[in-house]
Design a protein. Structure first.
Length: 215
């Protein structure tokens, strides 16, 4: 089955729900703890942030980076991110991450709670894009939900990719891709693609640091 319709619905959800996106960060202490972890991660040099959303992570990245290029497909979310981030070293870019190819290389590629929204059939292509975006010696740094988060989602069956149903305040419903990666399986999958990776669980989520295959 084709996952294009599912991805279109996922984008519509994040556009329509941009104003509600930040709510979990106010409600869940674990998420706030994760935001503080950026200070202990190898964020350096020129940083590419994929799926920056409303910019929850962008100021922390900017504090450690020489520059940040923050990319998202939802203009409504980018408007909120720009309002949150005053740093002159941050540039925001609207682009569909399933179509966009970085025009240059970066020292760090960072993405938080995005990997779980990539359909499994598109993961090799996604990681190839990340590898192509990294300068020699660069690393990918990523944060996402672990399997325990499935208990808080309305998981859907018989979809073209692992999916969940999300509702907005106005009652509208959207399907989104939601893959609850197991740390061991994710590590094995990335290793099979040639990456050197360390993934560790934290606060119900996981944090990964990965170096691409030798080029």
């Amino acid at each position: 089955m084709d996952d294009d319709a599912l991805l279109t619905e996922q984008m519509a959800y994040y556009r329509a729900g941009a104003a509600e996106y930040d709510r979990p960060y106010a409600e869940h202490e674990d998420l706030r703890k994760l935001l503080a972890v950026v200070d202990d991660l190898p964020i350096a040099g020129d940083v590419l942030e994929l799926a920056c959303g409303t910019g929850q992570w962008t100021p922390g990245l900017a504090a450690r980076a020489r520059s940040v290029t923050a990319v998202d497909a939802a203009p409504e979310a980018l408007d909120l991110a720009r309002a949150r981030t005053a740093s002159p070293t941050v540039r925001f870019l609207e682009a569909d991450l399933f179509e966009w190819q970085p025009p240059r290389r970066y020292d760090t590629v960072f993405f938080a709670f995005w990997l779980s929204h990539v359909p499994p059939t598109r993961l090799p292509g996604f990681w190839n894009t990340v590898a192509a975006a990294l300068a020699p010696g660069g690393r990918a740094v990523f944060i996402d939900d672990g399997p325990a988060a499935a208990a808080n989602e309305e998981v859907l069956a018989n979809q073209p990719a692992p999916a969940a149903l999300r509702r907005l305040d106005d009652g509208s419903e959207y399907r989104i891709v939601k893959v609850f990666h197991d740390v061991r399986t994710l590590t094995d999958d990335l290793t099979a693609l040639g990456w050197s990776v360390r993934v560790r669980p934290m606060a119900g989520a996981f944090i990964g640091i990965a170096e691409p295959p030798s080029q």
